[in-house]
Design a protein around this ligand. Sequence first.
Ligand code: ACO
Length: 336
Amino acid sequence: SRGCKLIGSGSAIPALQVSNDDLAKIVDTNDEWISVRTGIHNRRVLTGKDSLTNLATEAARKALEMAQVDAEDVDMVLMCTSTPEDLFGSAPQIQKALGCKKNPLSYDITAACSGFVLGLVSAACHIRGGGFNNVLVIGADSLSRYVDWTDRGTCILFGDAAGAVLVQSCDADEDGLFAFDLHSDGDGQRHLKAAITENEIDHAVGTNGSVSDFPPRRSSYSCIQMNGKEVFRFACRSVPQSIELALAKAGLNGSNIDWLLLHQANQRIIDAVATRLEVPQERVISNLANYGNTSAASIPLALDEAVRGGKVKPGHLIATAGFGAGLTWGSAIVRW
Ligand code: ACO
């Protein structure tokens, strides 16, 4: 039987850096509040003609370079994003920009901050059961486009970025994805959403199926609405449980892993989960101070920095977990 392994990483960030002090000029907040409550100091923001698709393509190119794999040999591109630049999906545009000539299968995965973990598991399933060989998993988001820049409760949290890994087929005994655990709960959507505006529904004058509602109005999405406290509680409760389940499936526990790499949402969440799993600080990867919460990009961005910085080395065991809107959450135990 076939296995899969992670063999390259890459990332890309927009040029514009926005500090906590910069935010204090547009909303009633300050560096101390943001630093203490979140651990975030800076974030990057896509502006002007910058494109998320380009950013994702750049991250993917770097991952291919590290893996020493030609774009031509890529047979699948998974773009994990909740903010595509085309409603119908952007993965085929990335495939085209990369120059993947073998007509690979490319599609988007929408699962907010859990997107990358879902993408990783999907890649493994396609490789193990579908005969694919080189799958690019990209996590990229530009939540800044959906943030209410007058809401100090949310606008301080998010940043834009892209990250990518190449997952390649291998013999089963070299397999690098040991176990995973995935969940979703639509009931929790009320705590975190960016839904089609209520306005449109209010505007409908007829009953369902009435001709007076025709033609429909064009849809638009509201800004991100979040109950921070509920999301905080959800993350601190669900993420350690999920990682423990995945570790148990792999016959491991917290002391066996080299690195804990969580979705970068809030330093206090990262600390709480690490404490629950009894993973010491020096084995926790964190870079959200510089980038904020970059949604589906946060895990591959932090992984890429840790790999290029020499922290994560070949053979290291990583427990990774994503969590966020949907609600969705999940974890995976992988070997670099
Ligand atoms: N600056 C200054 N004061 C602020 C700010 C700000 N930016 N934001 C809120 N406050 C005020 C509030 O108005 C409130 O004031 P009050 O006591 O007078 O009413 C006070 O600070 C406390 O606000 P809380 O919202 O209770 O603060 P909390 O400690 O819960 O921290 C935070 C808020 C940082 C959002 C936290 O709840 C959190 O990180 N939650 C998790 C959010 C998260 O991770 N979301 C992303 C999920 S991923 C995805 O899928 C998108």
